[in-house]
Ligand binder design. Sequence first.
Ligand SMILES: [Zn+2]
Length: 421
Amino acid sequence: MNSWLLAILFIIFTSYILEIIVSLLNINALSPTLPKEFETTYNDQEYSDSQEYTRVTTSFSIIRNTVSTFLTVLFLLYGGFNYVDILARSFGYGPIITGLLFIGGLTFLSFITNLPFSIYSTFVIEERFGFNRTSLKTFILDIAKGALLAFVLGAPLLSLILWFFINSGEYGWLYCWFGVVLFSIILQFLAPVLIMPLFNKFTPLEDGSLRDQIFKYAKQERFTLQGIFTMDGSKRSSKLNAFFTGFGKFRKIVFYDTLLDKLNDSEIVAVLAHEMGHFKLNHIIQMLIASIIQTGLMFYLLSFFLSNTPLSEAFSMTETSIYSSLVFFGFLYSPINLLISLLFNSLSRRNEFEADNYAARTTVSPEMLIQALKKLSQANLSNLTPHPAMVFVHYSHPTVLSRIEQLRQFRISSDLEGNKT
Ligand SMILES: [Zn+2]
């Protein structure tokens, strides 16, 4: 057996088994006793709903993962990649268009196998727990818009990458790196104006006390804010959220309409203060730099595996090509990707604590953010007691209980300081 094939099968099965272990640990960690902190927020029914939601979504992800691993291995062993390549080549185009057809074909196959799962997740699971607001029309339109974006943005980017690797010799990876970084920075500016409005409606927040409070807080923190918007998140789900878009002077804060319904003004300002903290503490720029570095590393490593015939043979390919090497490298890169995401997640969790602290320091009292976090968990049926392994691998945010605990300590330590003076 080809040693690349052995390595790839080993990678696929190891990551599959790790994922299953983490999921099972997480289901086992569900505790029937409501954490004390939430006694005044949740009633028994809500708490058991949140546990059931974790149980159902985790079991579902185990099934989804099992099916997709099984299909990937079958496809790999039975020469599926080669069939797609033969079909892509049969049109007789050059290496770039053929590469687009090959990767487009694989993307389409993966979309088709995922479709039943996303239908089930949206219309059965989310529906059962009362989250789903997506109509069939929105669901289909989302798919169409996603495909349009892949065609308009993904295809040119991929062509550029292939072009650099075909034409720029050993520095191809460097050009790809710059190209992709530039592309994603431009996208950061275009997304709020051109892409996001395709999916949601953004309305400026109407005049009133909330708007006044937000601008007052932003002014106090010397934070330029181009606008405050509400987004019709309720078009798809009843879950709550808020985020910033844009850079520098173009920053806008966006609240889901569902969040404005559930939180009071002071709690909303606390959420805003947390998000603003990410800017003030340079988390946004730090994450941007980290992701630029990781993109460079990926392209550099990729450059060693382009047109690697034994690697292509592991995938039963009759012809070796740069575009197919791109896909095969993805399999080899996945353990490195996992390590990097562990690093990113732990950095992000640290940043969340810092942003919470920032919010506590700059708003009236940490209590507002604590209340907001509780309401968010309640409305989103968040798992209050995830297993530490699950947090370590997948959580970009610390558990809500650890965040609340930290905020309470903040209050105690600032009270002590207050007593000293
Ligand atoms: Zn945050």
